[in-house]
Design a binder for this molecule. Structure first.
Ligand code: MG
Length: 374
């Protein structure tokens, strides 16, 4: 029987929803949040948004959707091992990338630069904006009216200035309090997922090689374990057997270190979690291993010239679109023209951030390519 830890988030210690609703009949409140996220428009768009590789580059690479599902899988596994609220942790994991622009971080950086003196753009804040405001699904309210703890988990970081504007979910940034363990966990599971699947996708694309990865101890060691157990193993099987061991190693390390931290800080209630320092963490031994892996990925994959060519193109597409709409907001689709009456740059940012990679490229052609009619 699965028993929640006394410091897990529950419906009883939750701060609930902003707008009161009748209790669900056949599921819990956090299950309902998870279900609302899976059914929302922004979630479906994740299928056609870039993680590292642009969506049309190949059918085998991760997209934001498959990335989010992998994050949810890792999150659930660790949440159960730590007796935390799996439904909440899963909801946060599935929603964590909803606010991402097309073309991954290049898109976000470009949109942020366009919005620099106009209120800024931050994908994390945009995820919250989607679930709080932009989704149009329910007759009684805008957004998804999620539980406080789900919204708190989605808002991973926030400037003091924005925190003041955000009310209940902004408070903790001003008070220096931590979010729930479920939220802390979804954040680190995101990192476990992308560090490992970027190794896998990087190898699959041919942009990085197994030989290069011999310089990354956490990979090289797991590879040796696989080769000792299966002499002569090669190709996809060697890669997957190695990567799955890395994921397991990081997840187990996180579980053990977190258990130790919870005990060391005498955490007994949810309030203790908020007051303590960050409790979900890797061991001291794991941290340099992860640093080496991240540096490797940055230097060899994210900064590979073929990836940089695509991110440079992405930056120009976002800048061009933003410039064209700012120059003449009448070019926006009608529903965004209505939003633009209140705040033109924000309506443009909402429109661009909601685009999938292929939609942004098509919209760019419609606006800029000579000879395109519609
Ligand atoms: Mg992510």
């Amino acid at each position: 029987m699965y028993v929640l830890a006394p410091y897990a988030v529950t419906e009883a210690n939750s701060r609930g929803r902003q707008i009161l609703e009748a209790a669900p009949t056949a599921r819990g409140e956090f299950q309902r949040d998870r279900d609302r996220i899976v059914h929302c428009t922004a979630f479906r768009r994740l299928e056609y948004k870039t993680q590292v590789f642009v969506n049309h580059e190949g059918d085998l690479f991760r997209t934001r959707l498959t990335h989010s599902i992998e994050v949810a899988q890792i999150t659930r596994t660790i949440a159960r091992a730590l007796n935390l609220n799996e439904d909440l942790a899963e909801a946060v994991a599935l929603a964590h990338d909803l606010g991402h622009t097309p073309f991954g971080h290049a898109g976000q950086d470009a949109l942020n630069a366009c919005m620099k003196d106009l209120g800024g753009f931050e994908h994390n804040l945009q995820s919250l904006r989607i679930v709080d405001l932009l989704e149009e699904s329910y007759a009684d309210f805008n957004g998804l009216n999620l539980m406080h703890e789900t919204r708190e988990g989605i808002l991973k970081h926030c400037s003091p200035k924005n925190a003041q504007l955000l009310g209940d979910v902004g408070e903790r940034f001003l008070q220096g309090r931590q979010p729930s363990l479920e939220a802390q966990l979804a954040n680190l599971a995101d990192e476990i997922a992308y560090n490992n699947h970027d190794v896998d996708d990087g190898l699959r694309s041919g942009l990085i090689t197994l030989e290069q990865l011999q310089d990354v101890p956490v990979f090289a060691r797991q590879r040796r374990v696989v080769e000792a157990a299966y002499p002569g193993i090669s190709g996809r099987k060697l890669i997957h057997e190695t990567v799955r061991r890395m994921i397991n190693l990081m997840a187990v390390d996180l579980i053990e270190q977190t258990r130790g931290n919870i005990a060391a800080h005498g955490v007994a209630t949810l309030d203790d979690v908020h007051r303590a320092p960050k409790l979900v963490a890797y061991s001291e031994a794991m941290l340099p291993e992860l640093r080496t892996l991240k540096v490797f990925l940055r230097e060899n994959l994210y900064h590979h010239y073929q990836v940089l060519r695509m991110t440079d193109k992405a930056r120009r597409i976002i800048q061009d679109l933003f410039g064209a709409f700012m120059n003449d907001p009448r070019l926006l689709p009608p529903q965004y023209q209505v939003m633009a009456r209140a705040d033109t740059p924000r309506a443009i940012a909402d429109y661009i951030a909601g685009m999938t990679d292929r939609y942004a490229m098509r919209e760019h052609r419609r606006l800029f390519a000579v000879g395109e009619i519609h």
